[in-house]
Ligand binder design. Structure first.
Ligand code: SF4
Length: 333
């Protein structure tokens, strides 16, 4: 299967008064056509900077090395005018904060109509505000088709949704509207940023259901610290620590039989604290300005060996999986 997205050795740095923050420190991954890849890790692991860099929204961070290739085209240093044409239409983002991502002054039908206009005109999302919105029969049928794909039946509930302002909807409904807007653009890659964060149990269940429906129907990158969201939405998962991928592979295998000590601790912390905010595993011990030599996880790793403080572990691949740990000898799960 073709790779829709290929990221190779991506380094993204931020210059601060305290020094250079190495937020992405050699990220490599790929997402194949129709596949859903989860990016999982704690706050500070580099997952947010990674997806922002794909959209060229990482400023003031700068890409200092590596490449981002989309459908065979290197977009690492594309001009802003070209990126504006890609954002939304080729790479669509479903943002984390559904409460503020929609325009409070327009009903949902108007906002969906704008998304369609942008797709047809080739304009940018910046042109959304202040334009006249009109509906049409073909637009209405597209809205209904997209919402049906998300599990909505045509009828009074959907009619009411399309007539509503964002503040009249629940968090779960607003999230589905944002997903619908993204789907209307028919993107090559959909990025879902923390799709279950700040949702209560019942709404989170709806959100997981929506993600499951999308799985397999389009190419997705799901950014999350939540193992339930990753399990529901993803075929493969990449675990990030210290600005790089430390383990990746098929979701069921990595989540049930992790090889990397950091992955094991991360999953154990989630099992202990399910339903509560994730307890830090080790991120607090890592200084992104003054990186330790060797494996960045070694100061916190319960399985560290002397070599771990000296040599950076290589990325060892076996059976479609990758593990960056000196203890990993390449055995299959
Ligand atoms: Fe732990 Fe060493 Fe593996 Fe790093 S390389 S995760 S310190 S065992």
């Amino acid at each position: 299967m073709n790779a829709v997205l290929k990221v190779t050795d991506l380094h993204v740095y931020f210059d601060t008064s305290a020094g250079t923050v190495r937020a992405n420190n050699g990220v490599s991954l790929q997402v194949r056509e129709g596949e859903s890849l989860g990016i999982m890790g704690e706050s500070g692991c580099g997952k947010t900077v990674l997806f922002l860099s794909l959209l060229h929204l990482q400023q003031p961070g700068r890409i200092v090395r590596g490449s981002v290739v989309l459908d065979g085209r290197d977009i690492t240093h594309l001009r802003e005018s070209e990126m504006e044409r890609l954002r939304g239409r080729v790479i669509a983002l479903v943002p984390q904060n559904q409460a503020t991502a929609l325009n409070p002054a327009y009903i949902i039908r108007q906002q969906l109509t704008e998304a369609l206009k942008i797709r047809h005109s080739g304009g940018s999302l910046h042109s959304l505000a202040g334009r006249q919105n009109t509906g049409s029969q073909s637009a209405e049928s597209e809205f209904r088709r997209v919402f049906e794909d998300l599990g909505f039946e045509a009828g009074p509930v959907l009619d009411r949704l399309l007539r509503s302002y964002p503040h009249q909807l629940s968090g779960g409904m607003r999230q589905r509207v944002l997903i619908a807007m993204a789907l209307l653009m028919k993107p090559r890659l959909l990025i879902a940023d923390e799709p279950t964060t700040a949702l209560d149990r019942a709404i989170k269940a709806q959100s997981l259901n929506t993600l499951q429906r999308l799985r397999g129907s389009l190419t997705m990158l799901v950014i999350s610290h939540d193992v339930e969201a990753i399990s529901a939405a993803c075929d493969r998962v990449a675990i990030m620590y210290g600005g790089r991928v430390v383990e990746s592979g098929a979701c069921p295998e990595v989540l049930s039989q992790p090889h990397h000590p950091y992955t094991r601790l991360l999953l154990a912390a989630q099992r202990r604290r399910r339903g509560e905010p994730l307890q830090a595993v080790a991120a607090e011990t890592l200084n992104l300005i003054d990186f330790p030599c060797g494996c960045p996880f070694h100061p916190a790793c319960p399985e560290a060996m002397p070599v771990c403080a000296i040599e950076t572990p290589p990325e060892r691949c076996t059976d479609g999986a990758m593990v960056a740990c000196h203890r990993f000898t390449g055995e299959a799960r």
